[in-house]
Design a protein around this ligand. Sequence first.
Ligand SMILES: Cc1cc2nc3c(=O)[nH]c(=O)nc-3n(C[C@H](O)[C@H](O)[C@H](O)COP(=O)(O)OP(=O)(O)OC[C@H]3O[C@@H](n4cnc5c(N)ncnc54)[C@H](O)[C@@H]3O)c2cc1C
Length: 348
Amino acid sequence: MPSELPGEIRDITVIGAGPVGLSTAFWAGMREASSRIVDSLPQIGGQLTALYPEKWIFDVPGHPKVLAKDLVESLRRQAIEQFDVPVHLETTIQSIDWEDDIVVLRTNNPDFPELRSRTVIIAGGHGAFEPKKLPGYDLTPWEGRGVHYLVGSKSEFAGKKVLIIGGGDSACDWVVNLLHTAESVALCHRREGFRAHELTVNQVMQAADDGHVDLHVPFQIREVSGNGAIERVRLFHSEDDSHEIEIEIDAILLQLGFKTALGPLKNWDMEISKGAIVVDGVMKTNLPQVWACGDITTFEGKLKLIATGFAESAIAVAQAVHSFRPEMKIQPKYSTNTGVPGGDGGQP
Ligand SMILES: Cc1cc2nc3c(=O)[nH]c(=O)nc-3n(C[C@H](O)[C@H](O)[C@H](O)COP(=O)(O)OP(=O)(O)OC[C@H]3O[C@@H](n4cnc5c(N)ncnc54)[C@H](O)[C@@H]3O)c2cc1C
């Protein structure tokens, strides 16, 4: 739950809780600025959580290799926990307005319909993420009762009979990843053939041959049933809908991809080029009091990488804080000299 009261004015509102949004909140804390983070997803971590939490990342300097979910956890501790940053999840920023020197963001969250701050830093990646829903059968009534769109941690599926739906990389990745965690794993795909990396498809096929995965291809969901929570699913064959099978399961993991769109941000009169926000050399957008960093930005020489996003966030925060606290130098003091404001300052 966000640790702030409705109507509070923060120094910086960060749009996006991906790695770059989290590092933005970290830099805000280091510059003694108050911040808040907003994300449309139910969990922090952006693409790292939504698309590849269990994959190794090899190119974040300082980490020879790090699991995506572990990098998110380190960022959570370093930014949110260390500086007590309020996080508004399942909240999409829809519109922007200015009242005197305050920026007012309007959200779809009835508890916090307006968020006020001195500045805004957009770290929105490819735009607000939304998991794609199953076409043809409404699983909404089973959300929170066994239907999952994201895997925060594999342990959520420990000892469960899991049915994974999808035929792409993430569906196949999760089949392989949950093999030793779930009690059983089944994969249902409506078409013959998978659109996934050959290596992963081979691993899925091998697991099926070894009897560790039940493949239901080409099958689709006809009906989900259970008393309170999911207990069984009836599937039908895509080419012969009178051919049905029933399987006992207690979790469905939908891996049909994500819809991403700049969405509401498109209507903000920001300069956009090829779906990204144009920023200048100090990450400033063309809107007053608004900076941007991470995958959502474009400029000459832009790299869409976590490492460069971190650096962009440091620049954006320095500029944003300088705008309302002009006496503050753009160049931060070294943390080896200052420690963490209000926190750890010790040296060995
Ligand atoms: C499979 C895969 C593997 C990758 N591997 C690597 C790698 O090895 N090394 C590397 O450096 N990079 C890698 N990347 C790229 C890396 O994930 C991105 O560069 C990084 O996630 C960008 O971070 P970000 O915070 O800018 O955006 P994101 O991670 O996309 O996060 C943006 C967040 O903003 C939220 N948001 C957007 N608009 C709104 C709004 N209006 N309201 C509320 N919330 C909003 C979104 O929901 C999202 O959670 C990989 C990407 C993929 C897909």
